[in-house]
Write a protein that binds this ligand. Structure first.
Ligand SMILES: [Zn+2]
Length: 216
């Protein structure tokens, strides 16, 4: 069996925050990262992007890889991680989008028209994909790519409730979802003191895996 490889696609977009103080203009931008894990033939994608334009660019990148896409794993229930699902599944109808049960339940709520109209559309007018879909429940806490295990790590509350990371033991890779940020202000709107403590424990849980590589 061959070793799994991975690569990243990062896109910068406007933050959901509006009206940053002078001198803090960098806070108006955030970046998102999608991970492609692949073997000789098959590939798994972890998360997607927010806007229609970035979803199209993601699809192009995924198609260019030339791999057979089996699974899209969604780490947590934030739109900037799953809004691109429909476009990808239309192109790869044999692929399956999956997430843990609480993440699927939260997404099913969030993609109701009332919810997207009040939360996402005012902040990103005309930029969202026209059709949003939820992933399916993942049975168990792991799935496989060319015989190699990809394990879900439940993190509890980090930047929202019921977040997860994905761990690939054979190559020591951890994809953090939004539990780690790099040079981007943390999204703290859903955090109180208890949630911040949960977040710190989530970081300890990831550290205990001793990853060789880590995607923020
Ligand atoms: Zn998030």
């Amino acid at each position: 069996m061959s070793r799994l490889e991975w690569k990243l696609l990062t896109k910068k977009r406007g933050s959901a925050t509006r009206g940053v103080p002078p001198g803090k203009e960098d806070l108006a931008w955030v970046s998102g990262t999608v991970t492609l894990i692949y073997g000789q033939r098959d590939a798994v994608l972890v998360d997607t992007f927010l806007t229609e334009q970035h979803s199209k660019e993601l699809l192009g990148w995924v198609v260019e890889s030339g791999k057979n896409h089996t699974t899209i794993y969604v780490t947590h229930a934030h739109g900037d991680h799953y809004f691109g699902l429909k476009l990808l599944l239309d192109r790869f109808p044999n692929a399956k989008a999956v997430a843990t049960a609480p993440v699927v339940a939260a997404i099913q709520n969030q993609i109701k028209p009332d919810s997207t109209k009040s939360i996402w559309e005012p902040r990103f007018p005309g930029q969202l994909p026209s059709q949003l879909i939820a992933p399916e429940f993942l049975e168990g806490d792991a799935f496989y790519l060319e015989g190699k295990k990809l394990k879900v790590v439940e993190l509890g509350h980090t930047d929202t409730s019921h977040t997860t990371a994905l761990y690939v033991p054979s190559i020591g890779l951890v994809i953090s979802g939004d539990s780690f940020y790099a040079n981007t202000h943390l999204y703290l709107a859903e955090c109180d003191e208890k949630a911040r403590n949960d977040w710190l424990q989530a970081l300890d849980r990831i550290e205990s895996l001793h990853p060789k590589a880590f995607v923020a």
